[in-house]
Design a protein around this ligand. Sequence first.
Ligand code: ARG
Length: 397
Amino acid sequence: MKIVLAYSGGLDTSVAIRWLKEKYHAEIICYTSNIGQTEDEKRLKVKAINTGASKLYFDDLRQKFVNEYIIPALKAGAVYQDKYPLATALSRPLIVEGMVNVAKKEKAQAIAHGCTGKGNDQVRFELTTRYLAPELKVIAPVREWEFMSREEEIEYAKKHNIPVSVTKAKPYSIDWNLWGISIECGKLEDPWNEPPDDAYQITASPEKSPVKPEYITIGFEKGVPASLNGKKIETIKLIEALTDIGGKHGIGRIDMIEDRLVGIKSREIYEAPAAVILHTAHNELEKLVFSRDLFEFKKMVAQRYSQLVYFGQWFSHIRECLDAFVKESQKFVTGEVRLKLHKGNCIITGRKSPYSLYSETLATYTEKDMFDHKAAEGFLEIFGLPSKLEGLRAKKR
Ligand code: ARG
């Protein structure tokens, strides 16, 4: 039997190599991808093979991640429960796509992942596999194995000479990619605790961020961020630049209680400076160019979209349908938004678009005013009719 294992080099997936090999008498092929985290291919290869894998595939999926996942999610306004920009959730179907390709090439019978039974990631791995390659078996060692505690697992690792890097001092579980970082465990498990500063990996605390604000301008073309401070820029470079600039100013720290698909409430923190800046700017531009109807309706689409990404239903007809709607909606989302970054705040200071629906001569209170004030009388007569009828009835009671 051949098994393709989603491998990070951490404790769980390292132990999984050994465990799967023994339990299924299988050849273990490790799969890792570069989606923007700092991972050293050579080091991982050596580690995987020393731990017992036959080989390691390492794919650079950054461009695909940006084009096929991040940009559609940004255009859709996909933010789970109004806070989480879905960095981890978006990466799972992408990783499974890569694993399925390797499984086909290697004629493997199964894929394996290191997710626990209480999280969302198992759902994303398994729904995606069912959609793309239902013939593959999915094995979840962490759900199956007999270790009763982290200590027992570490014991097993030591017995098999698997290097252990979890320490008491750094007790967090961290998932990292271009779109953001997800951090759990340790002190964060008590929702009353303020996140310790060492939990944050890439953002400065507001206290330590610069006193002087920094202004940036982001340009969009049909909903896609395309320029920074007036200069065209590739999306990956833009996300990296905004991660640096935003992180420096303490932007993108998210501390939330979220509802997992399995029903558990969990306290998680995230760092997503680029995602927060881009969603803020994108949403602002939509306000300028969308009708009220479209703006309100798209909010519902965004909420539904965020749920299906979170619930592992990236590969689904409903997502394709929503993408088609979102694509049409972005036709006029071209223009620029200026933001002021200061001590954790991402403040909008200006917006403009050739397709703006804003009319100064209608909005102004100066002599430039072109609004027909007299017309409001007839409008109110008719718009106010239901209020009048209800009011008269209320008096009768
Ligand atoms: N709660 C987030 C989500 O469900 C983040 C999960 C982080 N995963 C992890 N393996 N640390 O998308």
